[in-house]
Design a protein around this ligand. Structure first.
Ligand SMILES: CC(C)(COP(=O)(O)OP(=O)(O)OC[C@H]1O[C@@H](n2cnc3c(N)ncnc32)[C@H](O)[C@@H]1OP(=O)(O)O)[C@@H](O)C(=O)NCCC(=O)NCCS
Length: 134
């Protein structure tokens, strides 16, 4: 079962993100969760086995593109098409809002995950990403 996560799911989501190796010292996962779960144009979707959170994806849009972050399936539940189901749910969330495109940024050191997106039919864009921290 996949559903949007709420404030009460925050600790389970952060624990899952740690287990999936998705956290970074320069990002506060608790604040990231709250902003996305409570924001008007974003959500955190969670996949459950019974009452246990075993996968999640953060999805949002800026009106032009949808983006997915913090996609992770607990290591004990991988290769069972849960990641695909979460991406399907993100795509549905974006399409329901009339947004025509969905994208994901894959870190340069996460080459293993590229095959996953390719299996889902995602194409590689010729784009360099610049950013600035505040
Ligand atoms: C990426 C991740 C979410 C995939 O979850 P998953 O539930 O194991 O993936 P699925 O079982 O849904 O796989 C869907 C398809 O992708 C393929 N696939 C999955 N991982 C793959 C990999 N590392 N390389 C190549 N193909 C892969 C599967 O074989 C499957 O193909 P099929 O539909 O033709 O059988 C999971 O490995 C994960 O949590 N990784 C750590 C966190 C991470 O790196 N997240 C992405 C950040 S950009």
């Amino acid at each position: 079962m996949i559903r949007p996560l709420a404030a009460g799911d925050r600790e389970a989501a952060v624990a899952l993100w740690h287990a999936c190796g998705l956290t970074r010292p320069w990002n506060d996962p608790h604040a990231d969760f709250s902003r996305a779960a409570e924001g008007p144009s974003s959500a955190v979707l969670g996949a459950f086995e019974d009452t246990t959170l075993i996968g999640s994806a953060m999805v949002g849009h800026d009106g032009h593109r949808g983006w997915v972050y913090y996609l992770g399936v607990h290591p004990e539940h991988r290769q069972r098409h849960l990641g695909r189901a979460l991406m399907d749910a993100c795509e549905a969330w974006v399409r329901e809002r009339g947004v025509p495109k969905i994208e994901v940024m894959v870190r340069g050191d996460n080459a293993a995950t590229r095959g996953f997106y390719e299996a889902l039919g995602y194409g590689l864009e010729d784009v360099v990403v610049y950013s600035r921290r505040f």
